[in-house]
Ligand binder design. Structure first.
Ligand code: TXA
Ligand code: MG
Length: 351
C-alpha cells in the first residue's frame, strides 16, 4: 500500500486536505492523525471492519480496546449510557484535552472497538486538526497511538512514517505533539472513579472537580507484581523496552550524576556504547557516552514531551547501556515515571 503523507498546519487548516483524509475515514480506511498527546492511528470507530484494520496495522492484540475520539461533548450520549454527572463535570473542565473517560457502552459501539468489553473509552482531543477532521468526516474516530505495538508512542509524523509507512492509507503531519505522553484515563463506569493510566491531568486536578479518585493499584507499583491485573488491558502488555539496557538512578542529583558518570565510564572502557538521559541542568556534568537532553527540570512538561523521542533516538544509535536520572519528585512525575520504569524493566539504582 502506498501511504500518502500530507502536511497540515494547525492554525491554518486547508479544508481540501482535511476532506481528503475525511473521505478515507468515511470509506473505512486508516489515517494517522496528530493529537496534543501523541499521534493516533484513526479509523471509523463504529465500523468493525475498519477497527480490525487498526489491530492488523499495529500488530496489536485484539483484546486491547481503542479510545474513541469525538468532536463535541454531546457525542458521549451516542456512544455511552448511564452517564454519571461526574462525566459532564470532567468534560466541562478538561475537554478538549488529554483526558479519556471510560463509560458503559451503547449497543452501536462494536466489540471490535472495545476489545470485547462492555465499556467504552472516549476522548475529545484539543488538537484542532484532529477535532476538525472528526467533525468533517462525520465519523467517530477510534485511535490508539500510531506506533507498532511494542514501540514507544509517536510524537512526530516521522515516528509514524518509520513504524507504519506502507501499512496505512494516509499520515497527516501536523508537527510535534505538544504534550508527548498519552492521555490520563479515568474509569467512571464503577462505584469510585479510578485512574487507569496516569497522564498530564493529575489525580489532584481530577479530585478538585469530582472529589475522591482512586488509582488502579497497578500504577503505583515500583516492582512488578504479577498478581495485580491492570484494569486497562493495554497496561498489561510488556511495554516498550529500548534495545539497550536502561537503568534509572534515583537520589540526590549530585550523587546521581557522579554514579552515572562512573557507570558510563566503566562500560565505555569495556568497549560498550553508552547513552545518558540528561536534563538542561545537568548535561554539562556528564562526561561519557552519547548525552541527550530530555528537557529542563524547571519545566516538567518539556521532560514529558521529550521522553519517547529520546528512547527512539537511542534505538537508532544502537546504544547498549542507557542511564537516566529519575523524575519522581514532580507533579507530572507519576506519569513520566510510569513510562520510564516500564522502559527500564523496573531497573532502579537507589543512591
Ligand atoms: O492520548 C491518547 O490517549 C492517545 C491519543 C491518540 O488519543 N491514544 C492512546 O491509545 O494512547 P492507546 O490505544 O495507545 O491506549 C489506550 C489505552 C489502552 O491501555 C487500553 O487498554 C485502554 O486505553 N482502554 C481503552 N478502552 C478501555 C476500556 N473500555 N476499559 C479499560 N481500558 C481501556
Ligand atoms: Mg499505545
Amino acid at each position: 500500500m502506498n501511504t500518502k503523507v500530507i502536511q497540515i498546519v494547525e492554525d491554518n487548516i486547508q479544508e481540501e486536505l482535511l476532506e481528503e483524509a475525511a473521505k478515507i475515514l468515511r470509506e473505512g480506511g486508516l489515517v494517522a492523525i496528530p493529537t496534543e498527546t501523541v499521534y493516533g492511528l484513526g479509523a471509523n470507530a463504529l465500523d468493525e471492519k475498519a477497527a480490525m484494520k487498526i489491530y492488523e496495522a499495529k500488530g496489536r492484540p485484539s483484546d486491547n480496546p481503542l479510545i474513541i475520539h469525538i468532536s463535541e461533548v454531546k457525542d458521549i450520549e451516542v456512544l455511552a449510557q448511564d452517564i454519571p454527572k461526574t462525566a459532564y463535570q470532567l468534560a466541562e473542565t478538561f475537554w478538549p484535552g488529554p483526558l479519556t473517560i471510560i463509560l458503559k457502552k451503547k449497543d452501536c459501539v462494536p466489540y471490535q472497538t472495545t476489545g470485547g468489553l462492555s465499556t467504552v473509552a472516549i476522548r475529545l482531543p484539543a488538537n484542532q486538526i484532529a477535532r476538525k477532521l472528526i467533525a468533517r468526516s462525520g465519523v467517530y474516530i477510534a485511535a490508539p497511538s500510531a506506533n507498532l505495538s511494542g514501540k514507544p508512542s509517536p510524537t512526530t509524523a516521522q515516528h509514524v512514517i518509520n513504524d507504519l509507512s506502507g501499512k496505512i492509507d494516509m499520515i497527516i503531519d501536523g508537527g510535534s505533539a505538544t504534550l508527548g505522553l498519552e492521555s490520563t484515563i479515568i474509569d467512571l463506569s464503577g462505584k469510585t472513579p479510578m485512574i487507569l493510566r496516569p497522564g498530564c491531568i493529575t489525580k489532584v486536578m481530577l479530585e478538585n472537580v469530582i472529589g475522591v479518585v482512586e488509582y488502579d493499584p497497578v500504577i503505583l507499583q515500583k516492582v512488578p507484581d504479577l498478581n495485580l491485573v491492570p484494569k486497562a488491558p493495554g497496561m498489561k502488555y510488556r511495554h516498550y523496552a529500548p534495545e539497550g539496557k536502561l537503568t534509572i538512578f534515583e537520589g540526590d542529583i549530585d550523587k546521581v550524576v557522579e554514579a552515572i558518570n562512573q557507570k558510563a565510564k566503566e562500560k565505555q572502557d569495556c568497549g560498550n556504547s553508552v547513552g545518558v538521559i540528561a536534563t538542561e541542568e545537568t548535561k554539562a556534568l556528564y562526561q561519557y557516552g552519547s548525552i541527550i537532553t530530555i528537557g529542563s527540570r524547571k519545566d516538567e512538561a518539556s521532560i514529558a514531551a521529550g521522553l519517547y523521542g529520546i528512547l527512539r533516538e537511542f534505538d537508532e544509535l544502537h546504544t547498549e547501556y542507557i542511564y537516566s536520572e529519575s523524575f519522581a519528585d514532580n507533579p507530572l512525575g507519576q506519569a513520566i515515571m510510569n513510562r520510564l520504569l516500564k522502559a527500564a524493566g523496573y531497573r532502579v539504582v537507589k543512591i
